[in-house]
Design a protein around this ligand. Sequence first.
Ligand code: ADP
Ligand code: MG
Length: 622
Amino acid sequence: MNKFEQLGLNESLLKAIGDLGFENPSEVQEKAIPTLLEKDTDIVALAQTGTGKTAAFGFPLIQKINPENRNTQALILSPTRELCLQITNEIKLYSKYVKGLHTVAVYGGASITEQAREVKRGAQIIVATPGRMQDMINRGLVDISKIDFCILDEADEMLNMGFYDDIVSILSTSPDEKSTWLFSATMPQEVARIAKEFMRKPLEITVGTKNSGSSTVSHEFYLVNARDRYEALKRLADANPDIFSVVFCRTKRDTQAVAEKLIEDGYNAAALHGDLSQAQRDGVMKSFRNRQIQMLVATDVAARGIDVDNVTHVINYQLPDEIETYNHRSGRTGRAGKLGTSIVIITKSELRKISAIERIIKQKFEEKTIPSGIEICEIQLFHLANRIKDVEVDHEIDSYLPAIEEVMKDLTKEELIKKMVSVEFNRFINYYKKNRDLSAQSAGNDRRDSSSPRPGDNGATRYFINIGSRDNYDWMSLKDFLRDTLGLGRDDVFKVDVKEGFSFFNTAPEHAETVMDILNSFTLQGRRINVEISKNDGYDKNSGRRDHNGRGGGFSPRGGGDRSSDRNARSERRGSGESFGRSGSRDGGSRDGGSRAPRRSDGFGGGNASRSSSREKRPRRS
Ligand code: ADP
Ligand code: MG
């Protein structure tokens, strides 16, 4: 008997769950499903984003609905059109073996008459955004006077978006004796108020700690001068070749401006904000899901509905006005048990906000320095080497091989490797050779983790090691592993930076011999570990490459090359580290599959003013 059977779910649901590849229920599912199946109760369930709340209410709801009765029996309210469609889609997948069950999505920006028609045909479940729902009720196009269930999904976000009045008004047209299920990531006062005023003795389920951000997200900040914000953003992107990120700006204007600059500089970026038409926004989101966009620059409001798994980084290009919003931003990464990083690019005058956020998220930030040019070059170099190693060969090339071999025939293997890597690498080294460091001096030592050596503690030795996130390490676990393997003390290994297929770390120089000896003769799951001393020490300030004139230049060494194939490889590998397993992953199959198509610079549907210019200005491969 599998775990889902033990929860009391029926055959048709179990079959659908099997198709979805869900193997084990997540914690919130384990807690909510049996309770909701057994009892007619109100419930408040708090769990972080990405923990599977949709199925936690969706499964029991589907089992309790009577598909033979065509009346609307359940209303699910959700904050945005995106989420509304997502939930509808999930519910349809879950209920695909339940004959006669119809679910209809009701949301703004699409034909109201068409939606009304669908509802009229008989929809036992309506998934709606509050504004459109209110509209349909006012016009007499829907009837929720007989519903048995009302679900408030992502209640905190709905209230955050100012839907309180709509919700109250919608609920007033529904029967008193229904069950209300409230699902939320956090429990701010407005949510508590809804629970108190509109629910009867709700059971409370909490997964993880209340109000805290997701623990699969680590938080970092980078202190820079205000004028270097954009340059810092570019470096962070260059230092993370596989970045798949949401970049938050405060205003629509900044959002558009940053996106346009990134596009001009050759990044796969796009803007998402309220001045775009619905069709443009849909186009952008589609490209983002397909990973034709690696950096989605968004306002808070526009990003509310983003629930794309596998986002590697959330970047706070500017902090939000309300620090509570930080939680919503960082919740865009670290979903479905995957690890994510939330980055804040910050200036000295805003530094105190970091402690305020730490109190809210109940997690500490790590202060980091913007990677130096050398470090970025090294990262790109190893990344490139891995890409070459992992690339899938298209056999279309076979017929050209004899001719190509003829061209290369006088090169030794070593020469060939050197030249191949240089084709890409020269662009980076040329760009970064003339670039200064970006880190602003910290306001004092108060923000620094006093235990670890920092810039100024000269002479650390930095290493490159060929294990990384694909081996399921993050910086903390790698630090632990290194310390234990090397038999070093608590703070002897520092500045651990984990990339996909490799990582960097520092020790004091006197440990160098131990590090090289022990690690180079070590095997990890049958694989030889390779450690080398890196040329940079990980501290920009010591790199001796200050050149205050060589900044910017509007050119990024980034090409629009197809980095997707090894990202696919990574997301598949990463999958094994999920908190709840899924076989035959839908994500891995369809969503990521889309990115195997060659990258197109204009792949996002019309959402960007500078779309055409990006084609001209994209750095050319030389
Ligand atoms: P939340 O609403 O808590 O933010 P979702 O319901 O959107 O989370 O689920 C996040 C992702 O996890 C979705 O892609 C969903 O299909 C997947 N998922 C949900 N439950 C499971 C499970 N038991 N096993 C594997 N994947 C799951
Ligand atoms: Mg959800």
